[in-house]
Design a protein around this ligand. Structure first.
Ligand code: SF4
Ligand code: SF4
Length: 367
């Protein structure tokens, strides 16, 4: 690919020790074309799990909302409810957690709207036109408020993820912009495999399942496969080792992620921009609290119109960094993938094959 054809990824490294407010202004100006005056702009951000600490800080989101307003846009801050039970399972619970974490209309200067309704099922199915790598996902249900936005600014905290290795822009869109049904679709292939011989019949999973999929008819757990939404809450809760991941679950999950993101992004055409923060690079994602100590020093902020390029650039920068703490002796490279026992680049390569962007890019450091 000729150099001029490569998408540009704008980069503000933290080593320059510049004020992030100024740097965000400069970066946003490079990618602001996605937002037009009068646009209703979805600012997609994970506002943190209850008890988490590595999620993006509210002032970062405030700054981006203010910059959107300067362009004449009408921003609202948004995310969707979780598939698993907890403190973000309904919109009401999510808003309470967001407030606890510092995200309020006052702090971000814009409305906070949990997309997909109170229970997280409101949205519309959209087709995923192409499929690669044996993926069977042919549609995704986009949450209503995301669907109704004119344009979107995707703010991503770059960190590890127990299933996909890493989470950046692609994952933020794939899992964060859709309803519970589509989250379940993406997780279906990693639904825990059951070893009934290990079940003690304690009943903890029956009580914990929010979908009524578990029962204990003869002192042994039974899962209703139709009702199960593949949230894997029982998997993580059970202390008896009853559940295990099916073969290649992580790899297939990453393939599905990329397809779901493709379904969402095709709605916006080129009216999406991506800003990723490679900082607090914890081994686990913002849904996990605690998500672990950072694996590399804070690196910087990236901005691009290309979700594939920005994720690839994020991973390349992490690969070049010196691991910290107990990871100091770990081989460099895909450190997040190594920690999470998968290849972080699967989602990126799949997204490229789906035509979502390029893995070859130009990194343009801010002057
Ligand atoms: S939590 Fe584990 S041991 Fe207890 S009933 Fe469920 S599967 Fe069996
Ligand atoms: S059975 Fe387990 S994986 Fe399925 S919905 Fe219930 S808690 Fe989630």
């Amino acid at each position: 690919m000729h150099d001029s054809e490569r998408p540009e990824v704008f980069f503000s490294p933290y080593t320059r020790n510049r004020a992030f407010l100024r740097e965000l202004r400069a970066l946003f100006s490079r990618v602001a074309a996605a937002v037009s005056p009068g646009d209703s702009v979805a600012v997609k951000v994970h506002m943190g799990e209850y008890g988490g600490s590595a999620y993006l800080r509210p002032p970062v989101v405030r700054r981006v909302c203010d910059l959107i307003k300067e362009k004449g846009g009408r921003p609202f801050v948004t995310d969707t409810t979780t598939l698993y039970p907890g403190r973000r399972f309904t919109a009401g619970q999510y808003l309470a957690t967001a407030t606890f974490n510092g995200f309020t209309e006052e702090s971000v200067g814009s409305p906070i709207v949990i997309a997909g309704g109170e229970q997280g099922y409101d949205g519309e199915w959209v087709d995923i036109p192409d499929r690669v790598s044996g993926c069977t996902l042919d549609r995704t249900k986009v949450a209503t408020e995301i669907l109704n936005a004119d344009s979107m600014v995707v703010l991503s905290h770059v960190k590890g993820h127990p299933m996909s290795g890493f989470g950046g822009a692609i994952k933020n869109v794939a899992m964060g912009c859709v309803t519970k049904e589509s989250k379940a679709d993406q997780h279906r292939l990693n639904r825990g495999v059951i070893d009934f011989s290990k079940c003690t019949g304690c009943g903890d999973c029956v009580e914990a399942c929010s979908y009524g999929a578990m029962s204990l008819p003869d002192d042994r757990m039974v899962r209703d496969e139709e009702k199960c939404m593949s949230c894997n809450h029982c998997f993580f809760l059970c202390t008896e080792g009853v559940f295990s991941l099916p073969p290649e679950a992580r790899e297939r999950f990453s393939v599905y992620l990329a397809h779901a993101a493709a379904g969402v992004l095709r709605l916006f055409d080129s009216r999406v921009t991506f800003i990723s923060f490679v900082q607090d690079v914890t081994p686990l994602c913002d849904c996990v609290a605690p998500s672990g100590l950072p694996v590399v020093p804070d690196i910087g902020i990236l901005a691009s119109a290309d979700p594939v390029a920005i994720d690839k650039a994020s991973l390349d920068l992490i690969a070049r960094a010196r691991p910290l703490g107990k990871y100091a002796d770990a081989a460099t490279g895909d450190i997040l993938g190594n920690i999470n026992k998968t290849d972080s680049l699967i989602q990126v390569r799949t997204a490229r094959e789906l035509g979502m962007g390029n893995t070859e890019y130009r990194l343009s450091e801010q002057e």
